[in-house]
Design a protein around this ligand. Sequence first.
Ligand SMILES: Cc1cc2nc3c(=O)[nH]c(=O)nc-3n(C[C@H](O)[C@H](O)[C@H](O)COP(=O)(O)OP(=O)(O)OC[C@H]3O[C@@H](n4cnc5c(N)ncnc54)[C@H](O)[C@@H]3O)c2cc1C
Length: 219
Amino acid sequence: MQLKLLSHHILTPDVRSYSFVVDSDSPGAAFPFEAGQFVMLKQLEAEKKYARAFSFACAPTAHEITFLMKHNPDGHISGYLAQSEPGTKIDVSKPMGRFILNPADTDRVYIATGTGIAPIISFIESNSSVPATILFGVRTNSDLFWQEKLPANSLITLTQPTEEWSGCVGRVTAYVPDLLSKHPNAAWYICGNPEMVMEVRAQLLSAGAAPLNIHFEIY
Ligand SMILES: Cc1cc2nc3c(=O)[nH]c(=O)nc-3n(C[C@H](O)[C@H](O)[C@H](O)COP(=O)(O)OP(=O)(O)OC[C@H]3O[C@@H](n4cnc5c(N)ncnc54)[C@H](O)[C@@H]3O)c2cc1C
């Protein structure tokens, strides 16, 4: 299966979004996936094939398939796509992963840092009727992106804000105790770097959250 690049947007100095459609020449061109899943994007370079994981950053019903990528100029996939023109085709695996919503949830808290917001966007754009609260962390004001896609009640926290920032300040972990007291029965969905995910998970477990209610994806 191949995806065809439609467009590419620079969201911050470090983060880009890429939108694709399934290449109509690919066999069985439909591409069903569940919100929260990921694919391996594959690129042949000097006769070696590189495959890297990227989560869907769109609802399964979206007309275009969007990924959010931390931009690495030397990256075999992110660097390659940054230099690619619309119309470029790229090999893609089948969708995979168990970081998906549990339909039995009655309340949800989503916690993400950086491009870890990708599967959370996939969740919220899937229009579940279960109430959800989002905690999103990045470093500085200029690292912020896609605020307009987040519900108005989302908590956005910066570790290194400028003076004009009036939102939350500090690491996402600073806001977990308050979320725990406001959402005692929530299912927790966490995505981002390994340190953040493990730290939040440990906070939740030590506060008595049920392991089955803690879902995470580590980048
Ligand atoms: C299930 C899953 C889903 C994921 N989804 C996403 C997603 O939606 N968006 C996203 O941005 N990432 C995501 N990741 C992480 C992503 O797969 C890796 O960061 C991958 O290495 C990126 O590929 P690349 O083409 O940018 O760079 P690579 O080809 O992997 O790296 C090329 C060079 O850059 C170096 N490098 C790579 N990453 C870094 C770094 N962070 N800091 C410094 N040097 C680095 C490497 O050492 C190497 O020398 C996901 C990971 C998993 C496991």
